[in-house]
Design a protein around this ligand. Structure first.
Ligand SMILES: Nc1ncnc2c1ncn2[C@@H]1O[C@H](COP(=O)(O)OP(=O)(O)OP(=O)(O)O)[C@@H](O)[C@H]1O
Length: 556
């Protein structure tokens, strides 16, 4: 465990160790200089020089202590940024089938990351720094006071953290309970916010409010219990170790001075120095709960990161910026499926299919409910795991597919904010002109159809625009990504015939620059595609030109 903790100490922690060692050395030198002063005074000499030196050393130690308080405060935001960006990247790379509740994800990327960053910067670093202090002090005692005294105090100092840790582990369960209750409340609160409109429609606010109030009361009780135990921990560690170290040093000092093997000054120095020996135990006792909570949060953060595989460069960010590796070179890439199997939550809704999607074509995927159409759309977009997908002739992993495919879901997902802000998600540097053109290509005339053009506020759940407009904004956003492939899952399912026709002609027009795959259950729409693929129970029943796949009846 100690090794693992040492591995986790951030770079700032090691800088802190250097400053703590420096402070300990300066304080020890102060004590030894005071000892010299006392001995000079008791032997009738002038000790002015010793007092001045002691004052200078003390001031230097004070400076080092100032830097020490500074380092964790400076390091923590950087730690938070680093772990927050890693967990966010992990959430973005996750399969769309992940069953983890949004509340838990948010709690992990906010609260738990914060605790872990605090643990690394403000607990582990200072703890390692605290451990170096007695080491320096014991060396000074051995060199300037007495080897024997140093040895006796070293044994006590080494045993103390073990005894304190054994005592602290007994109060661990209360900290675990607090974290569990706190995590549950955060997750419930966030989930409540997420589903609040549905809840209001169902009249379930009172029940939910009562449940949140119950959880908040439980959390308050746990906080109070935690504070009570925290005070007890501080009292016991301070009292037991502080008093014992002081008493041991005082006994050795009296013994040494009366035995004549220590000068009075060195006796006083020994007692002064013993106060520094308790630093690691002090730090452990005072921030014990930060350590426990941070370590547990860290385990969850790291486990989540491990599940997601190693985090590389942020592919999403690269795509948003339109980085060099954002898209394959061909403007309209081709997809080939060779024995493709799609896995979702233990099931394989699509099994061993072969399929060709030529560059620049409009493809319709049809099939009865449950045939695997949506699973195929998600797999082509790199959002669920699949095997055997080739992009422009080269095997493509999920990450590469995500960079090449813009996915348009059945219900447009727009964010609260303006149309411009929603479009900017696809490309931060898109100009107003490019945004307007993308909207027009998606069949929406922004200045005629949107009340305030690009400034139109979409609102939560896209309440500020019609369903058909939201869908066309969603398509415009996909076009703005400049990805060569567009996959639309039932983009017209919730639209009236007029809006459907506009969306469909937008998808057709998009083939000028993109390869388009649309999932549809409307066979008359499929008849307008270049190629139709009929899925049945996760297999390709037929594929080819509409006339080859659709019966005359269906195409009507
Ligand atoms: N997350 C999941 N975990 C496990 N199985 C799933 C998951 N999602 C879908 N399935 C299963 O995969 C099969 C295909 O579902 P899919 O949604 O791809 O079909 P579909 O053709 O799009 O159907 P629909 O037209 O009704 O949307 C179904 O049997 C479904 O139960």
């Amino acid at each position: 465990m100690v090794l693992r903790m040492l591995r986790d100490v951030p770079a700032s922690g090691w800088i802190l160790v250097v400053f703590s060692a420096l402070r300990a050395g300066l304080l020890a030198a102060t004590a030894v200089t005071i000892a010299r002063g006392i001995d000079l005074v008791t032997s009738g000499g002038a000790a002015g020089g010793a007092w001045v030196t002691a004052l200078i050393l003390l001031a230097a130690a004070g400076l080092a202590a100032g830097v020490e308080t500074w380092i964790p405060a400076l390091a923590q935001p950087a730690e938070e940024r680093r772990w927050r960006s890693r967990t966010a990247r992990r959430s973005l790379d996750d399969s769309i089938d992940s069953e983890e509740a949004a509340g838990e994800r948010i709690a992990r990327s906010s609260e738990e990351v914060e605790r872990y960053a605090h643990y690394r910067a403000s607990f582990l670093g200072p703890l390692a720094a605290g451990a170096i202090v007695p080491l320096v002090v014991l060396i000074v005692i051995a060199a300037c006071v007495s080897w024997g005294a140093s040895l006796i105090l070293a044994v006590g100092t080494a045993l103390a953290p073990v005894l304190v840790a054994a005592f602290l582990s007994r109060v661990r369960s209360s900290s675990g309970r607090y974290r569990a209750v706190s995590g549950r409340l955060t997750a419930s609160f966030l989930e409540t916010m997420r589903v609040r409109h549905t809840m209001r429609m169902l009249g379930g606010e009172a029940v939910r409010r009562a449940s949140l109030a119950r959880q908040a009361r439980a959390l308050r009780d746990e906080v109070m219990a935690l504070l009570r135990r925290n005070q007890l921990v501080i009292l016991i560690t301070d009292a037991v170790f502080g008093i014992l170290a002081l008493a041991a040093a005082a006994v050795i000092a009296v013994w040494g001075v009366s035995g004549g093997w220590l000068t009075p000054g060195l006796g006083v120095a020994l007692v002064l120095l013993s106060a520094l020996l308790r630093e690691p135990v002090d730090r452990l006792g005072r921030s014990f709960y930060v350590g426990l909570a941070g370590r547990a949060a860290g385990e969850r953060v790291l486990a989540a990161l491990r599940e997601g595989g190693p985090a590389g460069a942020d592919p999403v960010d690269a795509r948003v910026r339109g980085g060099a590796d954002a898209a394959p070179s061909a403007p309209r890439a081709a997809l080939e499926l060779r024995g493709t199997t799609i896995a979702r939550g233990g099931a394989t809704p699509v099994r061993g299919i072969d399929l060709d999607i030529p560059a620049g074509s409009l493809n319709a995927i049809i099939g009865t409910s449950g045939a695997g159409k949506s699973s195929l759309a998600l797999a082509l977009s790199g959002l669920v795991p699949a095997t055997g997908i080739l992009l422009d002739g080269a095997p493509a992993a999920a990450e590469r597919l995500r960079a090449a495919v813009a996915y348009v879901p059945q219900r447009a997902v727009l964010f609260p904010g303006t149309v411009r802000e929603n479009l900017a998600l696809a490309r931060r540097d898109a100009t107003d002109e490019e945004m307007r053109r993308a909207l027009e290509r998606a069949g929406l005339a922004p200045d005629q159809e949107l009340p305030s053009g690009l400034e139109t506020v979409v609102g939560e759940h896209a309440a500020g625009v019609s369903g058909g407009q939201a869908q066309r904004i969603s398509i415009a956003r996909a076009l703005l990504t400049r990805r060569p492939i567009l996959v639309a899952d039932e983009a017209t399912a919730h639209l009236d015939p007029a809006s459907s026709a506009r969306v469909l002609s937008a998808l057709r027009a998009a083939t000028a620059e993109h390869t388009v795959v649309m999932i549809t259950h409307r066979l008359d729409e499929a008849a307008l595609a270049d190629r139709v693929v009929r899925l049945e129970k996760g297999r390709v029943a037929s594929q080819g030109a509409p006339a080859e796949v659709l019966t005359t009846e269906e195409a009507r």
